[in-house]
Write a protein that binds this ligand. Structure first.
Ligand SMILES: NC(=O)c1ccc[n+]([C@@H]2O[C@H](COP(=O)([O-])OP(=O)(O)OC[C@H]3O[C@@H](n4cnc5c(N)ncnc54)[C@H](OP(=O)(O)O)[C@@H]3O)[C@@H](O)[C@H]2O)c1
Length: 344
């Protein structure tokens, strides 16, 4: 059984990673179609040892495509995902366009796989925000053990989370600083090279940013609506890999050693926690890896049943492309999708 898969946004950061991951994991494809805007029509992207010519989304007919993985931003998704879903093609969307829609499941396969069955309502499944995905992978097994009451998180998010333009801006600004050239600010709100910016996405009325709100809303939707969460989201001059300093307050007692043991066994998690020089994960180490890494696990004696930890993952993989491919795999494992075209 194999599936015709379309990648929308195939020339972007997430889309390219999507193609790598489909190939690496031997996803059962009969055909892969690379789609982007008309700007990229005819350009080439790699899929394993093959080269795919990019087609324009607005000229493509989805009627014989089984799965569409969308990574082209919220506006493109709002316009196209419902139309594609209506053509009987299941859309897995990386943008925030449908994440909070009650008729669209928001899925991290390690956390809430059973919610996937809701997808038939709109034929759309949402992929969470990158910083939420890695957080809930680590929180879920701890919540099952000791019930989380409250989470305080500060993120250190890489520029690849802002697309290929974000990566280009860090590169050009860094070079400009070194050659004493003029530093132009375009994509970010302040200079990102040799700086950190405490602002991701737009400001809301309560002073939080939309990125911070997303972490709250998505954790509640996927893990437990009773969990209280507050976040400060910060952009840092790192190319790939989001880091999070996380403080968790539990209802029941849990020691650092228990948390370490639980996380060692938990799906998608990898504990790297030696109390010595270099005995922890950094975003650079996480780039290209699938796991959510947890380091610096320690008890917080300032609250009852409190733990602090450091959580890092490759935002283009678990934060986006890998999670989307895992969702597609879950559809197949559960027999929720059949190829439209039977193999000859
Ligand atoms: N980066 C992350 O860590 C991350 C994590 C989770 C979710 N996401 C989400 O994933 C999506 C893509 O992010 P990215 O980082 O890959 O961005 P990106 O590098 O800027 O790539 C954007 C892609 O969208 C395509 N596109 C733009 N407008 C289009 C249109 N009108 N029709 C068809 N294709 C269009 C672009 O094609 P052209 O080359 O033709 O312009 C490009 O392939 C966003 O929704 C983002 O929020 C990203």
């Amino acid at each position: 059984m194999s599936f015709k898969v379309a990648i929308v946004g195939a020339t972007g950061n997430v889309g390219r990673e999507m193609l790598n991951i489909l190939e690496e994991r031997g996803f059962p494809v009969s055909e892969v179609v690379a789609l982007a805007s008309r700007r990229s029509q005819g350009t080439e992207v790699s899929f394993g040892d093959r080269t795919l010519k990019v087609k324009a989304l607005d000229q493509y007919d989805f009627s014989d495509t089984d799965i569409c993985i969308m990574s082209a931003g919220g506006n493109v998704s709002k316009e196209w995902s419902p139309k594609i879903g209506k053509q009987g093609c299941v859309v897995i969307d990386n943008s925030s366009a449908f994440r909070y829609d009650q008729d669209v499941p928001l899925i991290v396969p390690e956390v809430n796989p059973d919610a996937i069955s809701l997808f038939t309502r709109k034929n759309i499944i949402a992929n969470p925000n990158c910083s939420t995905a890695q957080l809930v992978v680590a929180l879920k097994p701890l919540h099952d053990f000791a019930t989380i009451k409250r989470v305080v998180v500060a993120t250190y998010q890489s520029v690849s989370g802002a697309g290929k333009e974000g990566m280009d801006e860090l590169f050009t600004q860094t070079r400009a600083v070194f050659v004493a050239d003029q530093v132009d600010v375009k994509k970010f709100t302040k200079r990102i090279a040799f700086n950190v910016i405490p602002h991701i996405d737009v400001f809301l009325d309560d002073g939080f940013t939309k990125e911070e709100w997303k972490m709250v809303a998505e954790t509640k939707k996927m893990l437990d609506p009773k969990i209280k969460l507050t976040a400060t989201c910060v952009r840092v001059p790192v190319f790939i890999g989001h880091s999070e300093a996380v403080n968790i307050e539990f209802e029941k007692p849990i020691t650092a050693e228990e948390a370490r043991e639980i996380l060692r066994e938990a799906p998608g998690c990898q504990v790297l926690d030696k109390r010595e020089d270099g005995g922890y994960i950094t975003p650079l180490d996480s780039a290209g890896e699938d796991a959510t890494f947890i380091s610096r696990i320690r008890e917080d004696s300032t609250i009852d049943n409190g733990l602090s930890m450091w959580i890092v993952s490759d935002n283009l993989r678990k934060g986006a492309a890998l999670n989307a491919v895992q969702i597609a795999e879950l559809l197949i494992e559960r027999g929720l999708i059949q190829p439209k075209k039977k193999a000859a």
